[in-house]
Design a protein around this ligand. Structure first.
Ligand code: DX5
Ligand code: ZN
Length: 209
């Protein structure tokens, strides 16, 4: 299980990124919000483009935006491993997949708690990752929605059935208590559990179990 650390909501992004850089965390999860797909709005790309000045970790970009296609060229300039978009957006998913792969970035589809997991099945062979949201997108520090666990099991079965290698990432509300239910997913995203703790490395080690 790999760990992707989200810095959403931290008071000082630069110092949080510097502190994460010296841990063994696998990725930095970059939450991008446009004030349209979700109510909140994060910093513009001109600010996020400085992230590689503070960390050499690969980025796991989560676009909670209505029109992600126009952002992909920008993010392709950063140290990006994954770019994930939601299904209910203004752009065609096929176009997003094509553009990300053209740049050699892996692409993910994010599924909201209210979304039926079967909606992602037709894309499994074309994408690299499913980002299963275990909270409503928009805010850090929310409580993990337990019904996500049965969705993850269904998704695992379908991935096996289709014989594909699509990764499963779980995003939102992961704590030192509930991480034990997520041991066999590929990636967990963790925001507040890490960033509100005094010793990032200690928390990351505990999350790994
Ligand atoms: C929610 C974001 C998550 C979230 C994770 O909209 O996509 O990445 O910030 O933070 P925690 O772990 O605090 O739920
Ligand atoms: Zn996220």
């Amino acid at each position: 299980m790999k760990i992707s650390a989200s810095f959403l909501g931290v008071p000082n992004i630069a110092s949080t990124l510097r502190r994460l850089n010296v841990t063994d965390v696998d990725y930095i999860h970059v939450d991008v919000m446009d004030g349209k797909y979700v109510k909140n709005k994060t910093l513009p790309f001109s600010e996020y483009s400085t992230i590689p000045n503070y960390t050499r970790k690969r980025l796991d970009v989560h676009l909670m935006v209505k029109s992600p296609l126009k952002m992909i060229d920008d993010y392709a300039n950063l140290n990006v491993e994954f770019i994930s978009v939601h299904l209910d957006i203004n752009d065609k998913i096929e176009k997003i997949i094509e553009r990300c792969h053209l740049y050699g970035m892996k692409v993910g589809i994010a599924i909201n708690p209210k979304d039926d997991i079967t909606k992602v099945y037709p894309y499994l062979s074309k994408i690299d990752l499913v980002l299963v949201m275990s909270v409503e997108p928009g805010l850090p520090g929310q409580e993990f929605i337990k019904s996500t666990l049965s969705k993850i099991n269904m998704l695992k079965e379908e991935i096996k059935k289709q014989g594909v290698k699509t990764l499963i990432s779980v995003d939102g509300g992961v704590t030192l208590d509930n991480v034990k239910y997520l041991r066999d997913v590929d990636i967990i995203v963790s925001g507040s559990t890490i960033t509100k703790s005094p010793d990032f490395q200690d928390t990351i080690t505990k999350l790994r179990g």
